[in-house]
Design a protein around this ligand. Structure first.
Ligand SMILES: Nc1ncnc2c1ncn2[C@@H]1O[C@H](COP(=O)(O)OP(=O)(O)OP(=O)(O)O)[C@@H](O)[C@H]1O
Ligand SMILES: Nc1ccn([C@@H]2O[C@H](COP(=O)(O)O)[C@@H](O)[C@H]2O)c(=O)n1
Length: 417
C-alpha cells in the first residue's frame, strides 16, 4: 500500500466519515475497540442484516487528477452498479484540520448482487487511486464493523463503527479555500496550468490574461457591479444603467472567454471555479482600462463566483455554510474592488415567472436553483456574507423602470455621480 495511504489508515480513528442522506450529511467514526454499548450509526439503520456496505475514498496525491476522477466516478458507478445500490456521496475528514477532506461514495450491496459489485470494486481499486472499505454486521446484529477491503480476505483489521457528533463545520468547509474559492490569481492559474494536457483550451484562456495586474490602482470613474440570481433582471438593469449614465458595460466572465465557457462548465468544481476566478481578473483589467474614460457597469463579478462556489460545496440548510465573518467570504487581495455592488433580490415565485416567460436554456446550476430551495437560500445568504465590498440589496420586484430609478439613487448616494 502506498505510504500516504498507510499514514491515512494509521490515523483512521481520528477521522470522521460523512454520508449524504436526503441532502444532509450523517456522521460516524471508527474505533479499534468498542467502549460501552454498541449503537449503530443511523446511516446503517435501514441496511438489511445480510447486506454489506462499501465506501470508496479518492486518495490521489494530485488534486486535479483526484477531482476529475471523483467527478467521473459517480457516472461510472451510476451506470455500472445494479439498481438498489443506494449510491451516496461521502467524505472523510479530521475535524478542524484544513485540507484533510477526502471525497468519495458510499454504497450498499444486496446479497444477490455481491459478486457483481465486488468485481466492479476490484477493477476500480486495481486501476485507480481509491481506497475501498467494507462494512458488515456482526453475527448477533449488534455491531457494524469496517475493514480495509483489499485485506479483508486475509487477516483483516476490523474497526468498530460508532456514531459521531455533528462537527462544528460542514466537511467541505475544510477544503474550500483555493479549491472552491480562489483568493489569488496565482492559485487559480496554477490549477488551470495543471490541466494544460487534459484540457488544451486552458492555454487559450491563460493567454487572455494581461501580463501585469494592479489591484491597487484606483479607477478614475466609479465601478458598479450588479449581482443576483438568474432572471432577477441584471441584464435589463445593466443595459439601462449603461444608457442612463453613459457608462461602459462589461461582464464576468468576459466576452473573450465565451467560446470556452461551456467546456469548463462540464468540469469538476476545482477546474470550473478556477476558470471563473481567472475570468474575474480578465474583466478587472478591462475595467481598469475603461474606468479611466467613463463609469463602468459590470454584470456579475466576484460575488457570483464565490457565492455559487460556496453554496455548491456545502449541502443542507443555510446553517451548514461557513459562519458569517469566515475567511472564505473575504475579497481577494489582488482583485480590483468595485465602488458599489448592488444585489438584486426577488421573490422566488416572481423569479420563476420571469424565467418561464424568458424561456431560455438553463445551466445545471440554474435548474438546481429552481428545484432545490436550500441551494437557492445558500446562494442568497453567501452573497450577503461576502465583504470587501459587501453588497447592497435592491428589491427587483417593481417595474424595470422603477428598479432603474432606485439603482440610480443608490449609485448617486454612494458614488457621487
Ligand atoms: N423589473 C422587471 N419586471 C418585470 N420583468 C422584468 C424586470 N426586469 C427584467 N424582467 C424580465 O425578466 C426576465 C429576466 O431578466 P434578465 O434577463 O434581465 O435577468 P438576468 O438577471 O440578466 O438573468 P440571467 O442571469 O439568467 O442572464 C426577462 O424576460 C426580462 O425582460
Ligand atoms: N463572475 C461569475 C459569473 C458567473 N459564474 C457562474 O456562472 C453561473 C451564472 O452565470 P449566468 O451567465 O447564467 O448568469 C453561475 O452558476 C456561476 O456558477 C461565476 O462563477 N462567476
Amino acid at each position: 500500500m502506498a505510504r500516504h495511504l498507510k499514514l491515512l489508515v494509521q490515523r483512521w480513528s481520528s477521522r470522521v466519515f460523512s454520508v449524504e442522506v436526503d441532502g444532509a450529511p450523517r456522521y460516524f467514526g471508527v474505533r479499534e475497540q468498542l467502549r460501552g454499548e454498541p449503537v449503530p450509526p443511523d446511516v446503517f439503520s435501514e441496511v438489511q442484516k445480510q447486506d454489506r456496505c462499501y465506501s470508496l475514498l479518492v486518495c490521489s496525491g494530485d488534486r486535479v487528477t483526484g477531482d476529475r476522477f471523483h467527478w467521473e466516478l459517480r457516472d461510472r458507478l451510476q451506470t455500472q452498479l445494479p439498481p438498489g445500490s443506494g449510491l451516496r456521496s461521502m467524505s472523510s475528514f479530521i475535524p478542524d484540520q484544513k485540507g484533510s477532506l477526502l471525497k468519495g461514495y458510499f454504497l450498499q450491496s444486496q446479497a444477490g448482487n455481491s459478486s457483481l459489485i465486488e468485481d466492479i470494486l476490484t477493477d476500480l481499486e486495481q486501476r485507480n487511486p481509491v481506497l475501498v472499505c467494507s462494512y458488515s454486521q456482526s453475527e448477533d446484529g449488534q455491531q457494524w464493523t469496517q475493514c480495509l477491503w483489499y485485506q479483508s480476505e486475509e487477516n483483516p483489521v476490523r474497526f468498530c463503527v460508532v456514531p459521531s457528533e455533528t462537527p462544528k463545520h460542514h466537511p467541505s468547509v475544510l477544503n474550500m479555500i483555493n479549491s472552491d474559492v480562489f483568493y489569488s490569481l496565482e492559485e487559480a492559474c496554477d490549477v488551470l496550468k495543471q490541466c494544460g494536457d487534459i484540457i488544451p483550451e486552458t492555454r487559450s484562456v491563460l493567454g487572455m490574461l494581461p501580463s501585469s495586474l494592479d489591484a491597487r490602482r484606483k479607477p478614475d470613474f466609479p465601478v458598479i457591479v450588479i449581482e443576483g440570481l438568474d432572471a432577477t433582471g441584471k441584464t435589463t438593469l445593466t443595459e439601462s444603467l449603461r444608457d442612463s449614465l453613459g457608462a461602459t458595460l462589461l461582464r464576468s466572465p468576459p466576452q473573450c472567454l465565451s467560446a470556452w465557457r461551456g467546456r469548463f462548465d462540464r468540469e469538476p468544481p476545482l477546474i470550473r471555479r478556477a476558470f471563473y476566478a481567472v475570468g474575474n481578473y480578465i474583466t478587472a483589467e478591462q475595467i481598469n482600462q475603461e474606468a479611466s474614460k467613463s463609469p463602468v457597469i459590470v454584470d456579475r463579478f466576484w460575488h457570483s463566483t464565490a457565492a455559487y462556489a460556496i453554496a455548491t460545496a456545502v449541502t443542507g440548510p443555510v446553517s451548514n455554510l461557513p459562519h458569517e465573518g469566515a475567511e472564505v467570504y473575504r475579497w481577494p487581495g489582488d482583485l480590483l474592488q468595485p465602488s458599489l455592488v448592488i444585489l438584486l433580490t426577488l421573490d422566488p415565485e416572481e423569479r420563476k415567472r420571469r424565467l418561464r416567460s424568458r424561456g431560455l436554456m438553463k445551466t445545471d446550476e440554474e435548474e438546481e436553483l429552481d428545484h432545490n430551495k436550500l441551494f437557492r437560500l445558500r446562494v442568497e445568504e453567501a452573497y450577503r456574507r461576502i465583504v470587501g465590498p459587501a453588497c447592497t440589496a435592491l428589491d427587483a420586484s417593481p417595474s424595470a423602470d422603477l428598479v432603474l430609478q432606485q439603482a440610480l439613487l443608490l449609485i448617486r448616494a454612494k458614488c457621487h455621480l
